[in-house]
Design a protein. Structure first.
Length: 273
């Protein structure tokens, strides 16, 4: 998919507007026109905060995040057409998309839903988030700003995918194709869940959380490897003569037929005609 990342002039303009402390009226109007264009691109999926690049890696377009922050700065607070709400960011129009969006979820403008995504209510998909084809966002899920959710991902009920608008240096969370994130999980601070990994219910991982891989005996940070099955766990530590337990998710195994059998998804929930 074509993105705007190669449009050097746009990037330059956003960086310049972002640096301006006191934007005059004319500059603010000009900036808003540009930023609205970028929001249109995010809405359509042609602009992406996180995009795939060579060798299965990800590129983070920090200028897009700056455009989003500018959008907050430049937009007026308005009464929302949906009723008794006031905000700066309108909701995305999902009515013409090939998705199922159950009332009452909030999907903000500047987020992208590929076709065949199901969003159960009440869920919140924030600006800059990208949810790829065939994914399920179950009830009470947060897909935080700028998070990237791959194809055919399952985000279990009550799961929180952290966003990156604050603090400004945070990296987006990425959940790659085919991953299964169980209920009541929390993924924060730029953690990358690689393809087909399984995060068992109740697992919380931040960028600084050690993940113990039982197969290798090593602790890893910042990513869950492809096909890994991670469950909540702990490690003991002595503090002032007392043994305490610090949370340490554990990779108990790689995905196998037993896990797959437990995670079979119901096709009839994924019919879009
Ligand atoms: C991961 C999961 C699929 C289990 O797969 P499995 O192949 O049956 O795994 P096992 O039961 O063999 O578990 C392997 C080990 O991890 C442990 N484990 C599994 N799930 C665990 C969890 N959620 N918390 C802590 N430990 C867990 C097991 O006790 C076992 O340890 P042991 O070998 O010492 O007994 C299942 O636990 C799970 O999380 N399912 C997702 C449910 C869910 O959230 N659905 C979405 C609802 S919206």
């Amino acid at each position: 998919m074509a993105t705007m990342t190669t449009d050097a002039k746009t990037v330059e303009q956003i960086e310049a507007f972002f640096q301006m402390k006191d934007m005059g009226k004319d500059a603010a109007a000009e900036a808003l026109v540009l930023v609205e264009k970028i929001m249109d691109g995010l809405d359509a999926g042609t602009v992406q905060v996180v995009e795939p690049c060579a060798q299965n890696r990800w590129q983070v377009n920090s200028w897009v995040k700056k455009a989003i922050l500018l959008y907050f700065r430049l937009r007026p607070i308005e009464k929302m057409p949906e009723g008794n709400f006031v905000d700066k960011i309108p909701l995305k129009d999902v009515t013409a998309t090939m998705n199922r969006v159950v009332p009452y979820s909030s999907i903000r403008r500047g987020s992208y839903l590929a076709p065949k995504v199901v969003v159960m209510a009440p869920s919140f998909i924030n600006i800059g988030a990208y949810v790829d084809e065939g994914s399920m966002v179950d009830s009470l899920v947060l897909v935080g700003s700028c998070a990237r959710i791959g194809k055919n991902v399952h985000l279990g009920a009550g799961t929180m995918i952290g966003g990156v608008l604050e603090p400004p240096n945070a990296n987006p969370v990425i959940v790659e194709d085919g991953a299964f994130v169980g209920g009541s999980c929390g993924l924060y601070e730029g953690i990358i869940v690689e393809k087909n990994a399984v995060i068992a219910a109740g697992t919380i991982i931040t960028g600084g959380t050690p993940i113990l891989d039982l197969e290798t005996g090593k602790e890893i940070f910042g990513r869950v490897p492809e096909n890994a099955v991670v469950v909540p766990g702990g490690r003991t530590k002595e503090v002032n003569g007392r043994q305490i337990v610090l949370q340490t998710p554990v990779i108990v195994k790689r995905r196998d037929p037993k896990v797959d059998a437990k995670l079979v998804l119901e096709d009839s929930l994924r019919v879009f005609s």
